[in-house]
Design a protein. Sequence first.
Length: 65
Amino acid sequence: MKSPGDNALERRRKIFQEYERVIAELGPERAPDTPRKKIYEKIADNLGYGPEWVRKVIASFLKKK
């Protein structure tokens, strides 16, 4: 049986995977020049979450890496 926090972890992993996909899609030339806000908005639109929450989740994952 899953613990109650498993869904939250799965959602956060999914957001970070989408972040990595978007960065890879932009490529090494465009990714550094693209404003982070635009990247977060794109992820939020793709997954149906708010951009501010997406930003916090990604910041948390990057901090742990």
